[in-house]
Write a protein that binds this ligand. Structure first.
Ligand code: HEC
Ligand code: HEC
Length: 302
């Protein structure tokens, strides 16, 4: 074979190989629903951070994945998470796929009642059809656990719904990191929910997106979320990409010291490198805002 033809063929092979590794859509298409669901549930989506019961040290109880019963006492409500394992009696084993999707995206149970806070339904409304189906595929194969949990108590009436019923949400392209990062930080990982302050029960998404200061009423005290906008003085403006990724996946602050819960670090440790890059790209694109609250922690008075 002529040398230059040999070269052309080899180069063509190299280019094809390169294309097949960089063209994400083909890789996406090959991923089964259960593979996608497993990745999401064990990393960025982390329903288990709320739905898996924990011991006093905050460690998840073995054999109780998604069996519910974890909760906290807050000024306006005492919440308890539901058992979302496929147990037919105490879990959601009798619900159809469509009913589970309706619960996640519309906050509606099959009996018509509304699912209360702090489940981030406002953001889950924007979960794509494929991703919400992937989450259901994962829920279906979790071990059924018989675990009857207490009911949440809300000191206010729950809304009849969280807006017009969501029927269908298109897939979000992974080709633009800032846009896909916004999808990761929004519907998938609800970063922006935990990191946006609330006034009179309403998240200040329009004016204070990502500026921190949301209160978490933990057993040992009150933790206030950090400012994750690119503000240089109080946000992530002076953090390196590596420091941001380390905070997300290892739960360490800029100075390397451990951060407080409830950010789901053990789950976020499994976020893929590409998704970490997209998250950082999105965080860098946010409008810089000053922090909403300087104090980050107030210990409980004994
Ligand atoms: C921030 C905590 C939190 C997160 C995150 C969360 N949930 Fe929930 N979820 C709750 C609480 C609290 C309830 C019970 C609300 C009530 O009592 O009205 C609930 C209720 C539910 C219900 C209703 C079950 C029933 O029997 O009433 C389903 C289904 C559900 N969650 C699924 C999910 C899935 C799937 C995810 C992840 C995509 C998720 N949740 C993420 C807190 C959370
Ligand atoms: C359940 C709520 C919750 C979720 C979800 C959450 N965070 Fe956090 N995050 C917090 C809290 C609270 C802190 C502050 C902890 C502390 O001060 O020790 C924090 C701290 C941080 C920090 C460290 C900032 C600093 O100044 O120390 C970064 C960076 C961060 N979060 C980014 C994210 C990103 C990106 C996501 C989504 C992938 C995310 N968080 C999801 C609650 C959350």
């Amino acid at each position: 074979m002529n040398r230059s033809i040999q070269f052309t063929i080899t180069t063509l092979f190299a280019i094809t190989a390169l294309l097949s590794t960089t063209l994400a859509p083909s890789a996406v298409a090959k991923e089964t629903l259960l593979e996608r669901g497993t990745y999401l549930m064990r990393s960025i989506v982390a329903c288990g951070n709320c739905h898996t019961p924990k011991n006093m040290k905050g460690q998840e109880l073995p054999g109780m994945e998604l069996a519910g019963g974890f909760g906290l006492v807050e000024p306006m409500y005492t919440w308890v998470t539901a058992n979302i394992t496929p147990d037919k009696e105490t879990g959601i084993g009798n619900w159809t796929d469509a009913q589970i999707i309706d619960a996640i995206r519309n906050g509606k149970r099959p009996n018509g009642s509304t699912i209360g806070p702090p489940m981030p339904i406002e953001l889950y409304r924007r979960l794509s059809d494929r991703d919400v189906k992937a989450i259901v595929a994962y829920l279906r194969q979790v071990k059924p656990v018989k675990n009857k949990v207490a009911k949440s108590v809300y000191k206010f009436p729950l809304p009849p719904n969280y807006g017009a019923t969501v029927w269908s949400v298109p897939e979000v392209s992974r080709s633009n990191p800032v846009k896909y990062g916004a999808y990761l930080a929004g519907p998938l990982g609800h970063c922006i929910l935990c990191h946006t302050p609330m006034v009179k029960g309403r998240f200040q998404f329009k004016t204070h997106l990502g500026s921190g200061g949301l209160t978490f009423y933990l057993p040992f005290g009150e933790v206030y979320s950090a400012n994750i906008t690119p503000d240089k003085a109080t946000g992530l403006g002076n953090w390196s990409d590596g420091q941001i990724k380390r905070a997300i996946t290892k739960g360490l602050g800029k100075d390397g010291k451990p951060l407080f819960p409830p950010m789901p670090f053990p789950y976020f440790a499994n976020i893929s490198a590409a998704d970490q890059d997209a998250l950082v790209a999105y965080l860098r694109s946010m409008k810089p805002l000053p922090t909403s609250r300087k104090v980050r922690f107030v210990p409980k008075k004994k």
